[in-house]
Design a protein around this ligand. Sequence first.
Ligand code: IMP
Length: 200
Amino acid sequence: MKKKKISKIIIGSNNQGKIKEIRDLLPKNIKIYTPKQLNIKSPKEVGKTFRQNSLIKAKYFSNKSKLPCISDDSGLAISILDGAPGIKSARWGGTNGNFNLAIKKVYNKINQININWDKKKIRAKFICALTIYRTDHKYITSIGIINGIISKKKRGKYGFGYDPIFIPDGSKLTFGQMNPKKKYKIDHRAKAFKKIKKFL
Ligand code: IMP
């Protein structure tokens, strides 16, 4: 995709945590819209990979709004659970997106596999596929990954989703304990964004 100036963009998500974070990454001179403002509901995520779902959302929101779109599909992959919840990370929170429920499910599943897991390091990674989709239907997708471990307990009040149980490598704090400004600079979304920001 060739570089082209973008002055307006829709953030292709109805997840407030993601919107906040992507808003912070975008250049300040771009006018930002959200699906909620334009009354656009989310599409079904029928893809089999983060990359496919990210493109499904970006294309859908761009077509509906007639604006360029930046859209993310992301999730937590836990090694001992064979990469689950993965692309189903949001779905583990149920229809109301209850993250406490999703976190309980993570601990239950890990316990089912290894009752003494608190003595071990459970490896995990956050993955983000970010797509910029333009109104000329050209698009680009990039992937960002941050590695870490699962915290023995839920810690911290910041962020969203699985933030309170994820400790990135090199830190003692969970994402939930970390100042959001710091998380936004180092996480999977920031890494994916760095690779494609030149197309904005
Ligand atoms: P989706 O990309 O809309 O399908 O949802 C991604 C889900 O993954 C979110 O609802 C969260 O549960 C989880 N997730 C993705 N990125 C993060 C993050 O940065 N922190 C915590 N949870 C995340």
